[in-house]
Design a protein. Structure first.
Length: 374
């Protein structure tokens, strides 16, 4: 299609989104091995606990949350006060779930951040304080204890008439450095002859490049790929007993990770993300849409004096249908992501239309990429 255009240029939503998110092709950059792999046996652990947040301004759980009343009574009993649960009003307290992540390098006495989330029907945790709460691992052992002031990134206010105003989420918050590690997690023994690395995104190409980079650095056959997701390191004689130094050298090496040709589509939000190696074959595309508009106009129907009857309001419907779309666009074979973006912009498709176009291209065999639906 030969079309004359003025100085002003129209930028499609796809090109703008790709430019903003940095998805337009740029010179390839290597990544550190540290970002591509994890040392097998060295991992974080999730912790969870059940606790109480007190000191709320009449925004806590109501009497319908029976577990809050029972937890408050149990806490007071542990502190030496015996109170009838039926006499407890919990509007200034809220039952919460406390979660945290225990890093693989966390030692006893270190502090970690914890997240507090309302479990009952509390309206807000603003201004509350988390009471000492043990945090358990998957083995039901206590690994940390949390306590401190809850920080909520928002606010909530309401009037007696029922009107209210809210900013962000006020039934969940954080206690920065509110958890104290009580027990360390034993890491895998790295003092042996071999250390294994696990790729975050298994790929034979990426694994091969990592092996080549490691062997080139040490000048010996130190690494070899077991499969697409596992690389085994043989500790060189000069680094035996010093796994930290070995891994530090390996993780700082840079390689070019393989980028799979993939199109990720989220139909709920209309988001389309194209991988760098996405290409299309020569194809013709026609894109259009059907728009239907229905408007209601009330009209008064009044019978004549001799006919009898009542005066009524009769709705009148006006239906308009419009088919939008242009002629068939010829899209040449595209070798780069920039060519794909240019070709799809020529069709004038929006994000929602792109979802159908990519699925149709895949069905036609013109899209050399994998489609992932979210």
């Amino acid at each position: 299609m030969n079309e004359k255009r003025g100085p002003a240029k129209w930028i499609s939503p796809l090109a703008l989104a790709l430019a903003v998110t940095g998805l337009l092709p740029t010179p390839a950059h290597a990544a550190r091995i540290q970002e591509l792999v994890a040392v097998r046996g060295v991992r974080d652990n999730q912790l969870v606990g059940y606790g109480l947040v007190v000191g709320l301004n009449n925004t806590g759980d109501t009497g319908q949350s029976r577990f809050t009343v029972q937890s408050t009574a149990a806490m007071l009993r542990r502190l030496g006060a015996t109170v009838d649960p039926r006499a407890i009003q919990t509007r200034n307290a809220a039952a919460v779930m406390v979660t945290a992540t225990l890093g693989h390098d966390a030692d006893a006495g270190m502090r970690i951040d914890v997240t507090v989330s309302s479990l009952g029907n509390a309206r807000s945790l603003l201004g509350g304080t988390l009471v000492q709460t043990p945090l358990y691992g998957a083995d039901r052992e206590v690994y940390a204890v949390a306590q401190g002031a809850v920080i909520v990134g928002g606010y909530s206010a309401s009037g007696r008439s029922g009107s209210s105003v809210n900013l962000n989420h006020v039934t969940a918050g954080r206690v920065p450095a509110g958890g104290i590690v009580e027990r360390e997690v034993r890491m895998a023994d790295l003092s042996g002859e071999n250390i294994e690395l696990s790729l975050h995104m298994p790929s034979f190409v990426t694994a091969s490049r990592i092996v080549e980079a490691v062997n080139a650095h040490f000048g010996d056959e130190v690494a070899w790929a077991v499969d697409a997701g596992t690389i085994r390191l043989h500790v060189p004689p000069r680094l035996v007993g010093d796994p930290v130094r070995l891994l530090a050298q390996v993780e700082l090496l840079q390689v070019q990770p393989d980028a799979p040709a993939r199109v990720v589509i989220d139909e709920r939000t209309g988001t389309v993300v194209l991988g760098t190696n996405v290409t299309i074959s020569e194809v013709a595309i026609a894109q259009g849409g059907l728009s239907i508009e229905i408007s209601e106009t009330p009209a008064v129907s009044q019978p004549s004096a001799l006919a009898g009857g009542d005066t009524v309001v009769v709705p009148q419907s006006d239906v308009r249908a419009e088919v939008r779309g242009g002629p068939i666009a010829h899209v040449p074979a595209s070798a780069t992501l920039a060519d794909v973006v240019t070709a799809l912009n020529a069709v004038g498709a929006g994000p929602r239309d792109l979802i159908s176009i990519f699925q149709a291209l895949r069905t036609a065999g013109a899209l050399q990429a994998e489609i992932r639906l979210q």
